[in-house]
Design a binder for this molecule. Sequence first.
Ligand code: FEO
Ligand code: CA
Ligand code: CA
Ligand code: CA
Length: 659
Amino acid sequence: GDAGSETPAELGFAAVPRSLEDRVVLPDGYQASVLIAKGDALFSDIADYQNDGSGEDFDKRSGDEHDGMEFFGLGAAGVWEPNASERGVLCMNHENLEDDTLHENGVTDAADNGGARPQVEIDREILAHGVACLEVIKEDGQWRYVKDSAFNRRVTGATEAVISGPCAGHDALKTKLSPAGDKGFGTLNNCASGRTPWGTYLTCEENWFSYFNRNDASDARSAVENDLFARYGMGLVSKGFSYREWDTVAGDMYQRFNISVIGATATDDFRNEPNTFGYIVEVDPFDTASKPVKRTAMGRFAHEGAIFAPAEAGKPLVYYMGDDSRNEYLYKFVSAASWDPADVGMGTTAGNKYLDDGKLYVAIFNNDGTGEWKELSFGVNGLDAANPLYPFSSQGDVILATRLAADHVGATKMDRPEWAAVNPMNGECYLTLTNNSGRNRTPDTVDGVNPRTYGGSGGNPNGHIIRWREEGGDHAATSFDWDVFLFGAPADKDAQSINLSGLTADNDFSSPDGLYFDQRGLLWIQTDDGAYRDTVNNQMLVAIPGEVGDGGMLTFTNDFGAEENTTFVGKDASAVDLRRFLVGPKGCEITGITMTPDARSLFINVQHPGEGGSAANFNTDVSTWPNPNGDALSLGNGVSRPRSATIVITREDGGEIAL
Ligand code: FEO
Ligand code: CA
Ligand code: CA
Ligand code: CA
């Protein structure tokens, strides 16, 4: 590839029309193949996956619901070669489960099975979560994964991890299985991803709180502890929305999901188990024997991704991170240590240097297009023992209760911060705000950066994308300028209050989620939408984005006409080269994206095709992707249950993607 220092002036393909078909639709001249699908064996000592609800050994198979991923090029010596484009280690998250297709007859409830779920189902579920790392290689123009590669590895919902940073050894992380508070077991519901400049993978724990059972009113915690748990979605009496009755079978590895059992001391029980989750987790793709490391310094919340600003020697490393829940916040982490390129290849040892010590900040967006980063450090900004929200007595406390610390400093409540991306050409930062409900974004609570509420139920059903430029171009700065890049919308809706950016049938989208800058400065946008799925399946677009402030003023009046919130800086899409590049099969979300350095291979994930189907027919009334009848991808056993999968996109002429 000839990735230069200038963003290309124009995209080189014709936009893909909207589609509701059960297939991947690409521009003319492009092709896609399935690289690895749910259940595919990483090793040859287990049986091939049948996709009929059988299959165990998910610690040796692809997990379910492929999500964020990163490509690490492999050189001949078997070490990271950042410029390698035809062989690499692909690391990806397995966020969640399609239980209906994972098991033979869907989930067997405990109540229908003598009070305990079948252990075979529970084990399959725990192991199908987490991370997969696999060697991938391009031979004769065709990509495949390498079965039995020494790089193949699974991190699951049970894998032992090291707790590192300010929360290591904290009393609130001590459990029966970790009396010293220095380890955790497994990683759950990992969404977007990140990477470090020294060559490790970052996986981000998102809806981890939703797996726990706090359903016993005798769970008598202190008021402080109860408030903390409630702020993280685990109030008394509650079962999380992903609670799967894992605690209905015996054994500590299952009982840890019941957090209502309070013994004599915290090391007799699992009251603190959720405090071992909610972190950025570092995985070394090149050392399969290494333990994952939970980097607590980077905050504890519903982590979406950890997107790094390009590393510069002698400067701190900076990561941007969204907390994807309604009305939650945008954070950044600035390392204490300055980047030394000699640390490339040092694995998680380098992580100990750069990710355990630094400053965490949360964003405040002012209505005038400026913003500031508020520091979340113990003893700073009122984060001390006298704080009215939480009695902070250490940085470990600040991290444990990150959301309460951010509440205290007046952070701006956002319309669900999902992925961030940094433009390699100018350092500008982008963030998807996927959507918000009418209950959480009301006419009384709109602000400049979350300006919309409309429709019958109000809220911001189509989401938007914002961007900011750090003061002086310095990612460690504490102030910035921002604007709205694009508002999602159906193209045929009223331009005044809904289709504010003037999207067309060739580029309209709703609920932006995945976001990625490739090395040429092209911005890729992926959707996870429910509001517009009757018109177009989830999709991926690409843009030549321009820069902060170049859109001019977009003036509009909200439905409610609140005087102080009527004018915003935003962009008219007619001024952006924005084109739909891909539409996915039915019921899926498009998420996860990484490109080879030569810009000739693009990996993306098709997550949960068939969502919205029923257990009775394994969702096949919605989708059979990637195994449509007669398709070469069929397993040949007559089973067409939809499966999450990674696809790799190339041009038929071998050229650069999108140009
Ligand atoms: Fe797992 Fe925020 O999407
Ligand atoms: Ca997401
Ligand atoms: Ca989403
Ligand atoms: Ca998802």
